[in-house]
Design a protein around this ligand. Structure first.
Ligand SMILES: [Zn+2]
Length: 851
């Protein structure tokens, strides 16, 4: 096998190169089509001279598309900040003429019933090149300028042959908003005279940094949950094409070298076939040869893994594709002193470009193997699925259709086939109803996705993890589900799109009161909308039953009542206003004809408490964890349209906080809150405020005398006679991490934090080693871990007993206010919807809690 043709001969170069022209990067002995504009002629600077901004990157992609008949630009959609996501489809002009038939034939490889008759002899291989999903790991996106120029402009038989055999889907920037944030930062600090001192501001971004998307989420964890626009736009294209190889260009610490997969063999997810790793290694031999040819250092099989399917280099592995992670030591600016000498931005870009080219060479060299692998993968999946003991999962919550839908929508994005439930189905005491539950048969093409989404894992080959160890999605979403062993005739028609949740009835004007139950996901959105329109709403702290349209309806704890007589608007204006808000949120509202209940409390009872509209402040900036702040911002803003003022910890002491009634203290160190900030927070709480703290912030509050929470550590006995070999030192420490596992807790359904829940058992995500003792007060620990809490995931042996019966949430009083200490992250990655309701209850009902 000829690994490096003449075509891919690069010039070996040192690390110290800055402001290079194209000759530094591109293969030698190749002529280039003059009609294709160079990157510099469009973006206004040489590649690597400045960090490319996203708008300039897009300008170049458009110019290359205009100039080259090898390129077709395909817009994917817009990011939160309105930046364009796009993919360039790059292949020979002949292939472009029959692109749709190439695509259709290619996708047939994934249809086990039809793929047998296909010949792969002449079939192009499909290669997705993806860049800089972490915006501050920008050498990838900058290298994409070179890849596009080269693929568009290089001349000769060799490139023509490569393009005839390959369809390249090139995504220049997986995270446009983050890329642009980072580019602005490093460019604004670059002077005429280069500075390479790691202490300099250029290399130390301000909070939150460019790694994340607009809401400060790590998009390289979102491929599976797919809760973000960027992932949703991208997944649609991924499944349209089902690439054979997908590359994911990242950066790592500045003192490292270059990493390419395969990663740590013992940490490959068991759902990934071993052949995938063999092909990854075969592709890796190309990277090695190419990097050898330019004299760059690299390593493999260490540090990174293929376990969590939410990452770009692992998601393809469960889809018959090969995901490849690249990690380049980061210059984190234009040039930086490192342990390995001066690391320049152009040097990092060149390694990324060279490995993009080695992947292209590998995809061509291994074309038939990759295509055969894809076909075999889906044939094997089909056999495995047919023999799987669970024939279908039935899932859905009749009390929360919106949350059910968000789950269903997530699966549809992965092309999972889902059917309506045709008739009522009962299993293990759980009952599922047609109209609010769905059937997911396991014997289907995307069986592997279904398996990883539903399975619980307890066994691991390794005790070190790069990311979470479990993600059992129905538990995360808090949805009732059942395993069906005999499918029978449960399935109705197939879902082609997400069902619409519509508020059913139109409301009669002039009713005595209007009410809605608190169980639906979007109830906080409805309540906030009503409150912001001046409607006075009360919450039921005790349940009641009443007649509505001749039928008795039960309203549980937390139901919201709008008494008509209390409102500034009346009659049809009032009913129309409520009806409109209900329609926008899909929540059913009931018109109550009378104040007299048939059971429970009457509408005039003091068990109904007037709610104040939440005026929410949240700590952010230095001292807090950007992702945790971002998750809460995303929840309040995008799900419920509740505005939140994010205030820097350092500014708090000087802020006018009298305007807030809820302050959120997300995970963080709060080392910089200062004495006056500290005192201000105390007096604000004492005056009646609700402080909600999560994870590390609960520890800060306990250590600083705000709360009485006590924490405990591992109960493992130290054996002083054991002598362990030194090389195990790091691994031993990391095995004690809690990378992310699922634990069962019991919630008091009568407590304001439990309003809207119907099942007292919830699944909490835990990724810290804070174990909080239950408070002494009988009512002060509304959410408590069970005596046997592990539901899925890795748990270090020293914590097995410690976590039992600890508090998930403690309440402390201070003056007339209260502190809600949530020791774990109830809003993890925007899909842990089973517990985010509890968090929202803190925001809306915190003021009801009397410690
Ligand atoms: Zn990264």
């Amino acid at each position: 096998m000829k690994v490096i043709g003449l075509f891919f001969v690069f010039v070996a170069g040192c690390m110290a190169a800055i402001g290079q022209d194209l000759s530094y990067y591109l293969p030698q002995q190749v002529s280039y089509d003059q009609r294709v504009p160079t990157p510099a002629s469009v973006i206004g600077h040489e590649v690597g001279e400045w960090h490319v901004t996203h708008d300039r990157l897009v300008s170049y992609m458009k110019a290359a598309d205009q100039a080259s008949d090898r390129i077709a630009l395909h817009p994917l959609g817009l990011t939160n900040e309105g930046r364009q996501q796009l993919v360039l489809i790059i292949t020979s002009p002949e292939n472009h003429k029959r692109l749709e038939s190439i695509r259709q034939e290619h996708v047939q490889l994934t249809e086990s019933g039809r793929s047998g008759s296909l010949s792969v002899d002449k079939m192009p291989v499909v290669l997705w090149m993806g860049h800089s999903i972490h915006g501050n790991e920008s050498s990838g996106a900058n290298a994409s300028l070179l890849s596009v120029y080269y693929l568009a402009a290089a001349q000769g038989k060799e490139i023509e042959q490569v393009l005839a055999n390959t369809v390249i889907l090139l995504d220049p920037s997986f995270n446009p908003d983050g890329l642009n944030r980072f580019a602005s930062w490093v460019n604004m600090h670059k002077g005429v005279t280069p500075v390479s001192d790691p202490n300099a501001r250029e290399f130390n971004e301000v909070w939150p940094g460019g790694r994340f998307n607009h809401y400060w989420f790590d998009l390289n964890r979102d491929w599976l949950p797919a809760q973000h626009k960027e992932s949703q736009n991208r997944l649609a294209m991924f499944h349209q094409w089902k690439p054979n190889v997908l590359t994911d260009h990242h950066e790592m610490g500045s003192n490292a070298s270059f990493f390419f997969q395969p990663g740590v063999p013992s940490r490959v997810n068991p759902n990934t076939p071993w052949k995938n790793q063999e092909l990854t290694a075969a592709i890796g031999s190309y990277h090695a040869k190419f990097l050898d040819s330019i004299g760059s250092m690299y390593f493999t099989k260490e540090g990174y893994d293929d376990f969590y399917y939410g990452k770009g280099s692992t998601y393809p592995d469960i889809n018959g594709s090969i995901g490849i992670l690249f990690e380049q030591a980061s210059s984190r600016g234009h040039q930086q002193d490192t342990e390995n000498g001066l690391l320049t931005f152009p040097f990092t870009i060149r390694n990324q470009f060279v490995t993009a080219m080695s992947t292209l060479a590998a995809a061509n060299g291994l074309r038939k193997e990759l295509l055969d692998f894809q076909r075999d993968f889906f044939k094997d999946v089909s056999k495995e699925a047919a023999g799987y003991p669970v024939k279908a999962f039935v899932i859905g919550d009749e009390n929360d259709k919106a949350r059910t839908n968000i789950f269903i929508e997530m699966l549809l994005r992965h092309e999972v086939e889902i059917f309506e439930l045709k008739q009522e189905y009962t299993m293990d005491g759980k009952s599922f109803k047609a109209g609010s539950a769905y059937v997911i048969p396991t014997n289907q093409k995307q069986f592997k996705i279904i398996k990883t989404v539903f399975e619980k894992t307890f066994e691991y080959k390794d005790s070190l993890f790069y990311d979470v160890t479990a993600w059992t999605m129905p538990l995360a979403f808090g949805l009732p589900y059942a395993e069906v062993k005999t499918l029978g005739s449960l399935t109705g028609s197939r879902l082609t799109k997400v069902p619409v949740v519509a508020a059913s009835q139109s409301l009669v004007p002039g009713a005595y009161a209007y009410a809605f139950k608190w169980n639906e996901f979007y109830t906080p959105k409805l309540l906030y909308r009503l409150q912001s329109k001046g409607i006075i709403a009360k919450v039921a702290t005790k349940p009641f039953r009443t007649m509505v349209n001749g039928k008795e309806e039960s309203f549980g704890y937390g139901s919201i009542v709008v008494h008509s007589g209390m409102q500034a608007v009346q009659g049809a204006i009032l009913s129309k206003l409520i009806e409109e808000c209900a329609r926008e949120t899909g929540v059913d509202v009931y018109a109550l004809p009378s104040g007299l209940a048939r059971g429970g409390v009457d509408i005039g009872s003091s068990s109904f408490v007037v709610l104040r509209k939440p005026e929410v402040m949240m700590f952010g900036g230095v001292g807090t964890t950007a992702q945790d702040v971002g998750e809460i911002w995303h929840l309040l803003d995008t799900r419920f349209h509740v505005p939140v003022s994010i205030v820097d910890v350092e500014r708090f002491a000087g802020a006018n906080v009298g305007r807030y009634n809820v302050i959120i203290m997300p995970s963080g160190s709060y080392h910089n809150l200062g004495r006056s900030g500290h005192d201000k927070l105390r007096s604000w709480i004492a005056a009646g405020g609700t402080l909600i703290a999560t994870e590390d912030a609960t520890r800060y509050l306990a250590d600083n005398g705000f709360t009485h929470s006590m924490f405990k550590g591992s109960d493992e006995k130290k054996d002083s006679t054991i002598q362990l070999p030194y090389y195990l030192r790091m691994d031993e420490a990391r095995a004690k991490d809690m990378a992310g596992s699922l634990f069962a807790a019991r919630v008091d359904l009568t407590h304001p934090l439990g309003y809207g829940y119907t099942n007292p058992q919830v699944t909490v995500f835990k990724s810290n080693t804070l174990f909080m003792d239950k408070h002494n007060g009988a009512y002060d620990t509304p959410v408590l871990y069970t005596g046997d809490p592990l539901q899925s995931g890795y748990l270090y042996r020293g914590y097995k007993n410690v976590v039992k019966n600890t508090a998930a949430i403690n309440i402390d009083g201070m003056g007339t206010g209260r502190i809600i200490s949530m020791v774990d992250n109830l809003n993890f990655r925007a899909f842990w919807l089973g517990t985010s309701k509890m968090f929202m209850n803190g925001v809306f009902f915190g003021s009801l809690i009397r410690p």
